[in-house]
Design a binder for this molecule. Structure first.
Ligand code: ADP
Ligand code: MG
Length: 327
């Protein structure tokens, strides 16, 4: 098999806070293969945004610091790349879209001005050539009347249209990897569905790889090929999407799936009891132990579980699966 396009190995990131050092990512590892849509799922505060921003090296340092690990992209460690090369990669080989597109668009310029600038920052193109590239991309994200979209100011568009513009801007230089951080969370369900369909189509057509960050297991089921489940700064389970839903191994993953609306037959909404622990003093041993219905004393509270393989494309970090079961 080919090497993965993105290979994050044992990434640890912390932040200096008034309360102490917050260890926000602790040896997080995942891969994204060429042409694959990889989900990164977990409750709010688990470290998904910090992980995806680390790939572009847009974590503010200080207060943040990358304490260890590697981020291999096309074989090179991004954490060791000179600033100039990193800048070239951004937008050209790796792009990112965020939850609230209004924050990434400049309110005082038209969409056309901003989009053409992206094109011309990365290749030499006349104004007319840049405009053509923009129109083509706006058409690819199914925006009706692309010419009037180019003339519009961001506030004149709906949230769903703005997110399509952001996707078009992110993909116009034909990157290899798109980091998508909850890009549909602020949208209503119908618009969300349309955007997911566009992303899936573009990924298939352009051979694009996507790291898709979401707190929503339902979105994972709709869009992703594989998924990494993150809890309290650690990746606790990785599998192809079929296996995750058919045989979720980690009790946290099981809880996330049970929390999908409509999953529980009683009609009531299930929620995992408790909340994500503070990264300043995470519980020792397994970080999920305080909320875990299967936790035992001893091992679970003392020893951090290692990732173990339970099937060819399925790994989990839980003492239920370490050799001999619970210690
Ligand atoms: N600039 C920062 N300073 C201090 N703590 C931060 C900073 N950014 C993120 N964090 C902390 O890192 C943890 C993970 O945050 P984040 O990656 O945004 O979670 P998610 O995207 O999964 O909701 C949270 O506890 C958050 O408070
Ligand atoms: Mg986030």
């Amino acid at each position: 098999m080919n090497a993965p396009l993105l290979d994050i190995r044992d990434l640890s990131v912390s932040f200096d806070t008034y309360q102490g050092r917050a260890r926000v990512l602790e040896k997080a590892s995942l891969t994204v293969n060429q042409g694959e849509i990889m989900g990164l799922v977990g409750e709010s505060g688990c470290g998904k945004s910090v992980l995806s921003r680390s790939v572009l090296r847009i974590i503010p340092t200080p207060p943040g610091s990358i304490d260890g690990g590697q981020i291999l992209f096309e074989g090179r460690d991004l954490l060791r790349l000179p600033q100039g090369e990193m800048r070239r990669l951004r937008g050209e080989r790796i792009s990112m879209i965020f939850q609230e597109p209004m924050n990434s668009l400049n309110p005082v310029f038209t969409v056309g001005n901003q989009m053409r600038e992206v094109v011309r920052a990365h290749r030499s193109a006349s104004r007319a050539e840049a405009t053509d590239a923009c129109l083509e991309m706006l058409d690819a994200v199914r925006l009706p009347e692309p010419r009037s979209v180019l003339r519009a100011f961001p506030h004149e568009l709906s949230g769903g249209m703005r997110q399509r513009v952001m996707i078009a801007m992110a993909l116009i230089c034909n990157p290899a990897l798109l980091l998508a951080d909850e890009p549909t969370t602020a949208l209503d369900v119908t618009v969300q569905g349309q955007i997911l369909a566009i992303l899936a189509e573009l990924a298939g057509r352009q051979g694009l790889s996507i790291l898709f960050v979401t707190h929503d297991m339902g979105v994972v089921a709709q869009l992703c090929h594989r998924v990494a489940v993150m809890y309290a700064g650690q990746v606790v389970e990785i599998a192809d999407v079929g296996s995750i839903f058919a045989r979720p191994a980690h009790p946290y993953t099981q809880g996330l799936i049970a929390s999908i609306p409509g999953r529980v037959s009683s009609g009531e909404l299930y929620a995992i009891p408790g909340s994500v622990p503070s990264p300043i003093e995470p519980p020792p041993g397994c970080r999920f132990r305080p909320r875990c219905p299967h936790a035992k004393g001893g091992g679970c509270s003392d020893v951090a579980p290692e990732m173990v393989r339970v099937a060819p494309d399925h790994s989990v970090a839980c003492h239920l699966f370490t050799s001999g079961g619970l210690p």
